[in-house]
Design a protein around this ligand. Structure first.
Ligand code: PMP
Ligand code: GLU
Length: 402
């Protein structure tokens, strides 16, 4: 075998906890074990018919050659129109870069802006891939802790305290994965006032859950004229249009950044799948206000959220808040840490998730990977029956811990 086979870069990196748990539950299911998968963060709905038709048409029309690196004009134009229609934001087509999922857009931005030691401020709990991507690009994540009691939202004072001479960017995600927290206009405005004082800080706003919002009102840092020229807006079609497998995300950014990300992408992927881009153009052209699919999906998610909150609150020692968006709950289960079932000791959320997977046959994701070892993440993008059965199983397994 080759000596020192793998790079330090990749050895230092963790496996995605969300994808790992999903893989584990898939494997157990294939072995015939009746696992309820509440680990994966993706809508359990199908891609709308008109979107699928657009993809079929793209194939028939031989849209099968390399795309322009930053995306097909039809999609980049649709994104500009969407940003105007839904967010009242003015962007030129050359400020839009389409990538292989919002995940890839995020990877592009970190690789394009970070030098070794540059700091990125991230409210915690955060999505599992942020720290890994930042580290891979040479940056250092500075996390700001938030708790269930403050609805998992950071204050302007916390933001200001985290800023140093090395701060390169502030990464913001509302509605949030894993907490579902949705910041109000006033809360964003207060954070914006802090950022106005620091003109050398970039603002990266991950708006992938924009459409999964039960409170209404989505506000972007890009709508502040004082900040817009240093905001990088990330979004995509995975969540709002049930298109996770199509792998299309995008950024809207200051021109210099869009060009840098295009250069990077030109060397790494040559751009995203043309067929998926044609489908995404159709999806993004749909006005969410009039979309029956979106309305159905949202009302189902809200029903499930309410049910899951009620059921979890009946379990002693489990604390949860009511999140305003996305499709996750992030309850605190730390009152069970230190307890055992036989000789199995539950020390932290990783032990808890493994225990619940093996004992309750419910797949969840441990809070450690999201920066919150007291909590576990439950995705309620599944049926009402699955939710009811999962909570019964979780409750029974927790009762066994002494
Ligand atoms: N950001 C957050 C917060 C997410 O939860 C996800 C989950 N997939 C992404 C970005 C990336 O989405 P995708 O690559 O599927 O567009
Ligand atoms: N974002 C989803 C999640 O958090 C999908 C899996 C992933 O890419 O992490 O579960």
């Amino acid at each position: 075998m080759v000596k020192n086979l793998l790079s330090d870069r990749v050895l230092k990196m963790s496996v995605s906890a969300t994808l790992k748990m999903t893989e584990m539950s898939r494997e157990l299911k294939e072995k015939g074990i009746d696992i309820i998968p509440l680990s994966i963060g993706e809508p359990d709905f199908n891609t709308p018919e008109n979107v699928k038709e657009a993809a079929k048409l793209a194939i028939d029309n031989n849209l099968t050659h390399y795309p322009p690196v930053p995306g097909l004009p039809v999609l980049r134009e649709a994104i500009c129109k969407k940003l105007k229609r839904d967010n009242n934001l003015d962007y030129n087509v050359n400020q839009i870069v389409v990538s292989t999922g919002a995940k890839h857009s995020l990877a592009n931005i970190f690789m394009s802006i970070l030098n070794d030691g540059d700091e990125v401020i991230v409210p915690s709990p955060y999505w599992v891939s942020y720290p890994e991507m930042i580290q891979l690009a040479g940056g250092k994540m500075i996390s700001i802790p938030t708790t269930i009691d403050d609805g998992f939202k950071m204050s302007p004072e916390q933001l200001e305290k985290a800023i140093t001479n090395n701060t390169k960017a502030f990464l913001f995600n509302s509605p949030s994965n894993p907490t579902g927290a949705v910041y109000t206009f006033e809360e964003i405005n207060n954070l914006a006032k802090v950022l106005e004082k620091y003109p050398d800080i970039l603002i990266i706003t991950d708006e992938i859950y924009e459409l999964i919002n039960f409170e209404g009102g989505h506000f972007s840092f890009a709508s502040f004229e004082s900040l817009k020229d240093r905001v990088v807006l990330i979004n995509g079609v995975s969540k709002g249009f049930a298109m996770t497998g199509w792998r299309i995300g995008y950024m809207a950014a200051p021109l210099e950044i869009a060009k840098a990300c295009t250069k990077l992408q030109g060397q790494f992927t040559s751009g995203a799948s043309t067929i998926s881009q044609a489908a995404a153009a159709e999806a993004i052209s749909t006005n969410p206000e009039g979309s029956e699919e979106l309305k159905t999906m949202l009302s189902q998610f809200k029903k499930r959220r309410d049910l899951l909150v009620d059921l979890l609150r009946e379990i002693p020692g489990v604390t949860t808040n009511v999140p305003g968006g996305a499709f996750y709950l992030f309850p605190d289960v730390s009152s069970y840490f230190g307890k055992s079932f036989g000789d199995r000791l539950i020390k932290d959320s990783s032990d808890m998730c493994l225990y619940l997977l093996e004992e309750a046959h419910v797949a969840l994701v441990a809070g450690d990977a999201f920066g919150s070892p007291e909590c576990i993440r439950i995705s309620y993008a599944t049926s009402i029956d699955n939710i009811k059965e999962a909570v019964i199983r979780i409750k029974n397994s927790l009762e066994k811990l002494k």
